[in-house]
Design a protein around this ligand. Sequence first.
Ligand code: SAM
Length: 315
Amino acid sequence: MIVPDFSQQKQTYPFFTELLEMIVSQNPLQRRAIQTHIDEQTEEYWIFAEKLCHQLDHYFLKSQEQKKKAARAYNNLCLTILKEQVLFKKTGIYRESDPVKVNEEIYSQEEKMRLYIVGLLFSYLFWPNHYQMFLFFKNHLTQIKLKSFLEVGVGHGLFTAEVLMQSPNTYGKLIDISQGSLTIAKEILESYQIPLKRTDFIQGDYFDVDLGEEKFDLLIIGEILEHVSNPEEFLTRSRKLIRDKGKIYMSTCVNCPAPDHIYQFHNLEEIRNLIQKSGLKILDERALPLEKRPPNCWEKEKITINYCAFLEQGS
Ligand SMILES: C[S@@+](CC[C@H](N)C(=O)[O-])C[C@H]1O[C@@H](n2cnc3c(N)ncnc32)[C@H](O)[C@@H]1O
């Protein structure tokens, strides 16, 4: 077996390689998956990963203990998702369908959420599809002029941090049902040295939060439609919250089991139809299958597909 090591990159990318080594030392089984992923990346990836880890080193990953915990959270998320995938291969359906139960058992449990959301943050470095989605978001963002944005289901805050870094005069409203998520998002913004006065954190269910007449240039709704039982209502509300020329960034997934996924999309058409029914139009999209299988097998074999898009008001 070839034993890959990260010593070659260590000098140029010290913050990222330290995290890599910690993840792999806690779980040697990660080595191959991570190596395969990073071998396929260009220098852009290394620069992105190093910049992210360097930013986080200001506060969120300052101590060795924090780094160990972050590595543990990522390893834990991978294991959780693997278990869910094994079960899903047998049943073909998601385990949960009740948002109230998921809120009680997951979103309102601070420690559970910390493990989950911190793990999810690092999935944007190590899961090829998540990294692709973040790049898609980041690249589109450079073309959008914005003064205000709303992120719903902010989770770790990585997307919000990117907007606030790219557009220094922007202000953002951040909603999450989980206080645990909001606490992490605040820590991430602190790591990015972004003044918290540029944001407004709101804890609550998106369907209940009163936003008055306010409209936004951009809505970010990443990885959340599969967490609600009525995604059409969710998208319709989102459409009403953007200005005439406003944009929505959304991501979701098809056949992607997780402990808090309650709405199952069975194919990409279901997502596209929902977008249209909600009065929105797709400007650009990416569909990223998890396995290298031909598109005509995806639905039959229940292949996980990550999906992201930029949307605007339909005509
Ligand atoms: C999978 S995380 C997504 C994090 C991040 N947006 C991303 O794209 O990676 C989903 C987040 O949505 C939040 N959430 C779930 N249902 C919600 C609801 N009805 N209203 C507001 N937030 C919700 C969860 O607490 C969690 O932080």
